[in-house]
Design a protein around this ligand. Structure first.
Ligand SMILES: [Zn+2]
Length: 157
């Protein structure tokens, strides 16, 4: 039996919950969120491919595609959030090199840190918590995927 709701006055509110930003959007994560956009490029003549994960149909925006990531906890840096959530959602964390950090404001003050990171190979991603599928996609393929509404990618520019 879960009694965790009793006597919680001294417990700080969890950062991992729904919040409404100044623009009236509903977002997951009081302190914002963070995730990884992993990119593999085969080199000259190759086309860059990006790892995306499809959200489980049991959660909000189920079936949509996004990056591994989630809500920032009070004790974490944005990159620590991205690393933890990646392990939870795709069951692995490759060696990576961050090439840029896209700090995205939804327009209402809610911030998502998107770490754009190069990897050495198209590593195997698994389906962890809240993930139904994973895959590597070119920019052209990404444009035709049903995408999570909060997901903005540098490839859009
Ligand atoms: Zn917002």
């Amino acid at each position: 039996m879960d009694t965790s709701h009793e006597g919680t006055e001294s417990v700080p509110p969890r950062a991992e919950r729904w919040t409404i930003c100044r623009a009236g959007h509903v977002h997951w994560g009081v302190l914002g969120g963070a995730g990884f956009l992993f990119r593999y490029h085969a080199g000259e003549g190759g086309v860059a491919e990006y790892l995306l994960a499809q959200r489980s149909r049991s959660v909000d925006n189920g079936g949509s595609w996004g990056v591994p990531g989630g809500a920032t906890r009070a004790s974490e840096s944005a990159e620590e959030t991205a690393r933890r959530e990646t392990l939870e959602e795709i069951g692995t964390l490759p060696e990576y090199r961050v090439t840029s950090v896209d700090v995205q404001d939804c327009g209402g003050g809610w911030i998502f840190h998107l770490f754009c990171a190069d990897v050495e190979e198209e590593f195997t991603a698994y389906c962890g918590q809240e993930t139904d599928a994973t895959g590597w996609f070119t920019e052209e393929m990404i444009r035709s995927l049903p995408r999570h509404p909060d997901l903005r990618l540098p490839v859009d520019h």
